[in-house]
Design a protein around this ligand. Structure first.
Ligand code: 9MR
Length: 378
């Protein structure tokens, strides 16, 4: 005799939900669609980094996905100094203007990225020796760009990655020529140039205690100078083998206690082996030579790893939802896996699977694990 099959209500709901998500999936704009921005609309904004192809709307499939899923965008590269300010007295606003028009057309906000960063500087900055010239660069660069886009972008990453892992100040050209106070100067200049724009400090690994303490010192220093800082961006480049959940939660609380917004600004979770001890860096200038052992999933992701990625994303968003009163935005560093910088960093030519949408732009188990958190609460 066959045994009767019992299935719990929760399991049944889960099965129905997954069936529902799969069957109604469409980027056409018709019909019910599970959209991150809709699901989290009362919690925080949901963003993606945009590359040039996406700003120019050259790929209809990815364009539809972006419009369906996200309500805020960060330019992945085109507002970086080497592109927007290629020569001492020449700015090129072509692509940034296009981005602003794109966001307006699609009713999205722009987090502009980034004004002062040691990396991706224009070539004329590499030979700059003179303190006055560096000061003049900092002031005119910020003033020109931030005032042009005031009222057109929602926010700026005013200073990006000014800290070392131990919480001391990174020896960038700005720090060496202007001293540690260049950060305060940058925010003071941005505050004057962009009175209607939110101003943020952005960095990676600032959930780690020593670097976090450095970020807190930096933010307090800006505040003590009477200069406006509205928020802090924790970039969120992590690896599924070591997502620092507790440190993330502690950081949300400690940063929010400073009276500023907390954001996750460049979220992605690598599934690949990391060549670094403790996985902790996101320094774009680190490069490691390719070897096949570092690229194990060229033919697809094993189910167990896919599940681990889903669990990590689920656990992260559980923390984000618990602290939604302190978190204003969660931005992914790309729309689908193909776009991710992690395919080429720190080892070039790998196949990583770090985002919620796969190479065909289909939602992955990680996507469902994130939206199920809300569905089960509805
Ligand atoms: O994703 C970006 C990649 O396309 C660029 O080549 C790289 C260098 O400009 O920057 C990447 O974005 C970085 C961001 O601007 C700052 N935090 C670390 C990000 C990943 O490297």
């Amino acid at each position: 005799m066959k045994k009767p099959v019992f299935i719990s209500l929760t399991a049944l709901f889960g099965i129905l939900l997954l069936a529902d998500c799969a069957s109604h999936r469409s980027f056409s704009g018709n019909g019910p669609v599970h959209s991150l921005k809709a699901i989290f609309k009362d919690d925080f904004r949901i963003g993606t980094a945009l590359n040039t192809t996406q700003i120019e709307e050259k790929d209809p499939a990815v364009d539809a996905l972006i419009q369906e899923q996200f309500n805020t965008v960060t330019p992945e590269n085109i507002m970086k100094a080497e592109i927007i300010h290629p020569e001492w007295s020449r700015y090129d606003f072509t692509q940034a203007d296009r981005l602003v028009a794109y966001a307006k057309k699609h009713h999205m906000t722009v987090n502009a990225h980034t004004l002062i960063w040691h990396s991706q500087l224009p070539s004329f900055m590499h030979t700059m020796q003179n303190t006055d010239s560096v000061r003049q660069y900092l002031t005119s660069h910020i003033h020109t760009i931030a005032s042009r886009y005031d009222g057109k972008v929602y926010s700026w990453d005013v200073v990006n990655e000014a800290l070392n892992e131990d919480g001391t100040m990174r020896r960038s050209v700005f720090q060496q020529k202007l001293g540690d106070d260049f950060v305060v100067e940058a925010f003071r200049t941005a505050e004057k140039a962009a009175p209607h724009t939110k101003l943020y400090y952005n960095d990676y690994n600032i959930e780690e205690p020593a670097k976090r303490a450095g970020a807190i010192r930096l933010i307090r220093k800006i505040q003590a100078a009477g200069v406006r800082i509205d928020g802090v961006g924790i970039q969120g480049h992590w690896n599924i083998s070591s997502v620092p959940f507790q440190k993330i939660e502690d950081s949300i609380e400690e940063f929010a206690a400073l009276g500023i917004e907390v954001m996750f600004t460049e979220l992605d979770l690598s599934v690949l082996p990391s060549p670094f001890k403790d996985n902790i860096t996101a320094d774009v200038n680190q490069k490691i030579e390719y070897n096949a052992a570092m690229n194990p999933y060229t033919n697809g992701l094993p189910d167990s790893v896919q599940q681990k990625l889903a669990d990590c994303y689920g656990n992260l968003f559980r923390i984000f939802l618990k602290h939604k009163d302190k978190i204003s935005r969660v931005t992914f560093w790309g729309a689908g896996d193909q776009q991710s910088w992690l395919n080429d960093w720190p080892v070039q030519g790998r196949t990583d699977y770090s985002l919620l949408f796969d190479r065909q732009l289909k939602p992955k188990p990680a996507f469902f694990s994130v939206i199920n958190l809300k569905k089960t609460n509805l």
